[in-house]
Design a protein around this ligand. Structure first.
Ligand SMILES: C[S@@+](CC[C@H](N)C(=O)[O-])C[C@H]1O[C@@H](n2cnc3c(N)ncnc32)[C@H](O)[C@@H]1O
Length: 221
């Protein structure tokens, strides 16, 4: 297994943000929302927190699927949030989707949430503990939790193969980011160790594709 290689944490290059927001993540993002709805069918109202929400495609889809749910999306990138604000307005969900510029560990957010979601944030963080600390801090007891992230392949050759397979034809900036994100990602064993360190061993961890893992369950508080 290759060691983890960090990539830049915050995505704040305007060209990088635009390319990311314009990329077609419809299939994985719809799958994230379907997984959330199938896992927590009883959650039809309340307030969700999306950590590292980026251009907000997933929270927008959640707002559309759950008309009595509000979402707060947090991201450290001002250009990414500007794209998110535009997308929320265009989708007609701006009144239920609050977008906050903050960097984990969050310093401006208050309150406890009924559910926490996060897609493709964990691998950006030099120290993953800031993510799990905020999960514990902002999830109320019994809160729904779903995270999906990349998982690190065993070799750089495999990372190259996955990059060719899944981002063929994408702009170079996205191919570059995808390859380096794979090298920065965590293995399921590493994620399990992180969960144990934060009292979150009750959550489920599973590899769900050739490049993704998911963590889900109810937070015990
Ligand atoms: C790969 S994008 C994923 C965006 C979104 N969740 C999605 O699925 O499209 C990762 C996002 O996390 C943000 N990010 C990285 N480190 C962060 C931190 N410490 N706090 C908040 N956001 C962060 C980046 O700016 C970027 O927008």
């Amino acid at each position: 297994m290759i060691p983890r290689t960090l990539e830049p944490e915050v995505m704040d290059g305007p060209e990088q943000c635009r390319a990311y927001a314009e990329a077609d993540f419809a299939t994985p993002n719809a799958a994230f929302v379907e997984r959330f709805l199938a896992t927590f069918p009883e959650l039809t109202r309340g307030h969700l927190l999306d950590l590292g929400g980026g251009p907000a495609d997933i929270p927008i889809r959640l707002c559309q699927a759950l008309p009595d749910v509000r979402v707060t999306g947090v991201d450290a990138s001002a250009p990414m949030l500007a794209l998110a604000v535009e997308a929320a307005r265009d989708a007609g969900v701006a009144s239920r989707l609050t977008l906050v510029e903050d960097q984990l560990p969050c310093s401006t957010l208050e309150g406890a949430f009924d559910g926490l979601i996060s897609n493709s944030l964990l691998h950006h963080l030099p120290d993953p503990n800031v993510f799990w600390s905020d999960v514990v801090r902002y999830g109320q007891p019994g809160a729904a939790f779903l995270m999906v992230d990349l998982t690190r392949p065993p070799s750089t050759d495999e990372a190259q193969r996955l990059m060719q397979l899944h981002s063929n034809g994408e702009p170079e900036v996205l191919r570059h980011d995808f390859y380096h994100s794979l090298l920065a990602a965590f293995t399921p064993d590493e994620v399990n160790a992180q969960l144990a360190a934060h009292g979150l061993s009750g959550l489920n961890v599973a590899v769900i594709s050739d490049r993704h893992l998911a963590v889900w369950g109810r937070l015990t508080g």
